[in-house]
Design a protein around this ligand. Structure first.
Ligand SMILES: O=C(O)CCC(=O)C(=O)O
Length: 280
């Protein structure tokens, strides 16, 4: 993404809470992700969870990095990651990856922010950044994600017994909705009659926050060891600000058994351990 474009998109997220990157992803890649989700759903015989959050006609698959190497291309994609890094910080983490395959007849999901478990005073600077990738067209009829523009600036969580005015994030397959995790949103109603709406949520959080999906336990070590450096960092295998996340004073990558991202805690630059004179 060009620098000027990045600034414009960032400003939209600051002001409205979201932006839509239309046709941002290569069609072949979108087809590959779609096929992989359908394969995993078939192999796991995925069924709806049957609750208001996860849906009654929706097939959800979590922890996608453990399911197929194809999905390694998503969190680091150059059309999206630079914007996420600008909304959060370059040291952000991958908080989780989930597919939402919304079946005909699905009812609307309650509007919610993705950072609702984070107990800090609202409004606050972005702590979570969510990207929803459209693997099919998202239309008002098939349940496009609904959003409440500007709601990331509110000082309260939604009252789940109320209804709120929202708009559908209509976008063609290959587009990505990017929003501040404080924005109220939810999957829409699928009243298409016969079509499925497939999206993947690639969610990030600031580096000092606990990720929603546990990457260390969820992704087998032999799979994590194959990740390129940037993906390893996003999955928490680097030190945060040169300190947080260390294992015996070293980068967690060493504990994973890879010889990349080598780092010693407290050793680097402004995060070096303070020097205190022993004579005082
Ligand atoms: O499926 C969607 O459009 C949004 C899903 C969502 O917001 C969620 O599951 O938290």
């Amino acid at each position: 993404m060009e620098k000027a474009e990045l600034e414009i998109r960032h400003k939209q997220i600051e002001e409205e809470g979201y932006t839509i990157l239309e046709n941002a992803i290569e069609p072949d890649l979108i087809a590959e992700f779609r096929d992989e989700i359908h394969r995993v759903e078939r192999e796991r015989d995925t069924a709806p969870k049957g609750n208001t959050v996860e849906g009654f006609k929706t097939l959800r698959t979590y922890n996608l990095l453990a399911k197929s190497a194809s999905f390694q291309k998503m969190p680091v994609h150059e059309a999206v990651l630079p914007l996420v890094e600008k909304v959060l910080e370059p040291d952000c983490l991958l908080s989780g990856m989930t597919s939402m395959d919304l079946g005909p007849g699905e009812v609307p999901q309650p509007l919610h922010p993705d950072d609702f478990v984070i107990n800090v005073k609202r409004p606050h600077p972005p702590l979570v950044c969510t990207t929803i990738w459209a693997l099919t067209d998202f239309t008002e009829d098939n349940g496009a994600t609904r959003i409440v523009p500007g709601s990331h600036k509110r000082d309260q969580l939604p009252d789940y017994s109320q209804s709120y005015e929202s708009i559908p994030a209509v976008m063609p397959a290959g587009s990505v909705l990017v929003f501040d995790g404080a924005l109220w949103h939810g999957s829409g109603q699928n009243r298409s009659g016969d079509s499925w709406r497939l999206g993947i949520n690639v969610q990030y959080c600031a580096g000092f926050i606990r990720t929603q999906q546990n990457q260390y336990v969820g992704i087998p070590r032999e799979i994590a060891r194959t990740f390129p450096d940037r993906l390893l960092e996003l999955c928490g295998y680097a030190l945060y600000k040169g300190i947080t996340g260390h294992v015996d004073g070293e980068s967690p990558a060493a504990a994973l058994g890879v010889d990349r991202l080598v780092e010693t805690a407290y050793a680097a630059g402004e995060n070096a351990a303070p020097t205190i004179s022993q004579d005082d």
